[in-house]
Design a protein around this ligand. Structure first.
Ligand code: MTE
Length: 325
């Protein structure tokens, strides 16, 4: 997301970095993708028109064999704008483990997301390590239409499928000393070579206060557009906190820890004056290098005024009434 100006000397801007396929060590990259994916990459790289690209992406999503998830839509969460088309949302992603650009979907095919377990630990009465399938079976799955706003000023509107984080909290019974929830993305540098890059504080971590984690908007997401999450969106489980900038919505979580101290987070560790822990969407607080007063919708390019708390003020403003959030 970042074209740093205020940067440590060691930082290489993404647009100056080696292209992914070269960087990732061509041989390892090709081994991982397998033949079908190489075909898909070639096909897509050769595309010129928007229609061809759309078809190629749809083909790629089909090849991913994403299983449908049946979930009732929660009518409490409606949108003020059209849904973003699936192929648009699936081809403009931030997932720094795989790419510093947006075409993450080109690099994720060979990465394995099954089997997957989530370890829940720390200040809880019932710590556990649970297979993703078992966790999903225990949780109240529903669909919600949410706005999603990146700190870079792009936005989308998508149908997530998941369960309230509150349900997971009830499962593990935090102790009274628990004040924060720390979430961590997988760390497998042998399989995912960008995690060997010393210039980033891997693994990706994020955190919420307990009050934020228990807010009814806070969703642990396992699907989108009626099926499992494609890898580029953070399979098999990610966070979605729609009133905060997208970098808080950590992908591919394999550890959740309840703590009494505020956890260090990926972007805040990297550039603390640009990405704060709270990161609530706020049109009146510019990023140090750009305005946050407007946003543009992916796909249509429509420019809209940024809404305070991304339009979720009624759900979350009370969390920050004594602070400047
Ligand atoms: N989680 C991990 N593990 N790695 C990342 O690079 N990027 C974040 C967030 N979660 C990121 C991540 C950012 S900056 C954004 S805007 C959202 O994921 C993007 O989610 P999307 O690609 O599904 O739209």
């Amino acid at each position: 997301m970042v074209l740093f100006k205020i940067l440590p000397d060691w930082f290489i801007p993404e647009n100056e970095a080696t292209p992914e396929s070269v960087f990732m060590n061509r041989r390892r990259f090709v081994q991982k993708l397998g033949l079908a994916s190489i075909g898909a990459v070639t096909l897509i790289s050769g595309c010129t028109s928007g229609t061809e690209r759309k078809e190629a992406v749809q083909q790629n999503l089909k090849q991913a064999n994403l299983q449908p998830i049946s979930a009732t839509r929660n009518p409490r969460f409606s949108l003020d704008r059209p849904l973003t088309e699936e192929y648009v949302a699936a081809t403009y992603n931030n997932f720094y483990e795989f790419s510093g650009g947006k075409e993450v979907w080109r690099y994720v095919d060979g990465w394995q997301t099954s089997p997957w377990t989530v370890e829940i630990s720390g200040l809880v009465a019932k710590p556990q390590k649970i297979a993703i399938e078992d966790l999903i079976r225990k949780m109240p799955i529903e669909e919600r239409l949410y706005r999603h706003r990146c700190v870079e000023t792009w936005a989308m509107a998508v149908p997530w499928i998941g369960f309230p984080m509150k349900a997971l909290i009830d499962l593990v019974e935090p102790k009274p000393q628990a004040k924060f929830v720390k979430m961590t993305t997988f760390f497998r540098p042998k399989e995912v070579p960008r995690q060997d890059l010393q210039s980033y504080p891997w693994p990706y971590t994020e955190g919420l206060t307990m009050a934020e984690a228990m807010n009814e908007l806070t969703l642990l997401v396992v699907g989108i557009y009626g099926h499992e999450l494609p890898k580029q969106h953070g399979a098999p489980i990610r966070l979605v906190v729609p009133w905060k900038y997208g970098f808080k919505s950590i992908k591919s979580i394999d550890r959740i820890e309840f703590t009494d101290t505020q956890p260090a987070t990926f972007w805040n560790t990297l550039v603390s004056n640009e990405y704060d822990f709270q990161a609530n969407v706020n049109p009146n607080v510019p990023h140090p290098r750009w305005s946050q007063s407007t946003e543009h919708m992916l796909g249509t390019g429509e420019r809209r005024r940024t809404l305070i708390y991304n339009g979720y003020e009624q759900y979350v403003a009370s969390l920050y009434k004594n602070a400047s959030g």
